[in-house]
Write a protein that binds this ligand. Structure first.
Ligand code: ZN
Length: 290
């Protein structure tokens, strides 16, 4: 099944929602970054969330990034998205292996530990918009729920799930974000809470073959809603020789002169897709000349 994100709202504008199936892109991320199951789960949740949050952006060149830094063995994750649902990211430690939790789930919270979640919206204005909250559980969905409530004052429900198969590939991934608009009433909240109590986890629903629309029908049972946009997300890096050379400039003159003296040329690997670029002596001299 092809990855998909739907967004829409309850007919009276009380609720807006985003729901995603991201199995392919999370599996692509797993392959590129060679992640262990618990890292696949953590990274996959971040990528799924950022793919949905990216569709909240308006301009083609705007980006949103989610960054998690924690004191657990995973250390940190970065996930970047745009308005077309294209995502990329990297993890600081791809080889974390932890015992499963008593309920049989991958222990994402322990892999990440205590720390912070930072959301950066780069709207290509002078300064990016940055929001930072303390991690609540490190399970990502809870942390984003807290972020939306405290940093953006939007009461939200965030559910994210990644199911890793026995061969370590990603069997199912996806999630949803539900946001209450100021028009929402107490009775609406109660109704949603009742619905959420009755439905299985996102991972389970996706593994049963439910599509994002089917999941929203369950979550928004009793509400009339319409889907306003459909996007096909993908894992896509936008690196090029140019972006890599620009990164090299930030290494500083001393470092570059050192490379010239010791090795002559160098190689640089993109964090996001692991593609390697050869940087020749001529390239380095050119950069130094500028
Ligand atoms: Zn790249």
């Amino acid at each position: 099944m092809k990855d998909i994100i739907i967004r829409g709202n309850e007919n009276n504008g009380k609720i807006r929602f985003f729901a995603a199936l991201t199995t392919e892109l999370v599996n692509e991320a797993h392959n590129l970054h060679m992640t262990t199951p618990v890292v696949s789960a953590a990274f996959g949740r971040m990528l799924t969330a950022v793919s949905m949050m990216g569709t909240m952006l308006k301009g083609e060149d705007e980006t949103i990034s989610l960054q998690v830094r924690g004191d657990g063995p995973l250390e940190g994750i970065v996930a970047v998205g745009d308005c077309k649902g294209q995502v990329r990211g990297y993890v600081l430690n791809n080889s974390v292996d932890l015992p499963l939790k008593p309920d049989g789930k991958l222990d994402v919270g322990s892999a990440i530990g205590e720390g912070y979640l930072t959301v950066v919206r780069d709207l290509k204005l002078r300064e990016p918009y940055v929001g930072r909250v303390k991690l609540q559980t490190g399970e990502i969905a809870d942390d984003l729920t807290y972020y939306f409530a405290s940093s953006e004052q939007v009461p939200s429900v965030v559910a994210l799930g990644v199911l890793v198969d026995r061969d370590l590939s990603v069997r199912a991934a996806g999630g949803f974000i539900l946001q209450l608009m100021p028009e929402a009433e107490e009775t609406d909240i109660v109704k949603i809470e009742e619905n959420l109590k009755d439905i299985p986890s996102v991972t389970k629903m996706l593994d049963q073959g439910l599509m994002p629309e089917d999941i929203m029908k369950k979550v928004l049972n009793g509400f009339d809603f319409k889907i306003t946009e459909t996007v096909h997300p993908a894992y896509k890096c936008n690196c090029s020789e140019d972006t890599i050379k620009r990164a090299l400039i930030s290494a500083g003159r001393e470092e570059l002169e050192d490379i010239l003296a010791k090795e002559g040329s160098t190689e640089m690997t993109c964090f996001y897709c692991n593609k390697t670029y050869k940087i020749s002596e001529k390239d380095i001299r050119e950069i130094l000349g500028k």
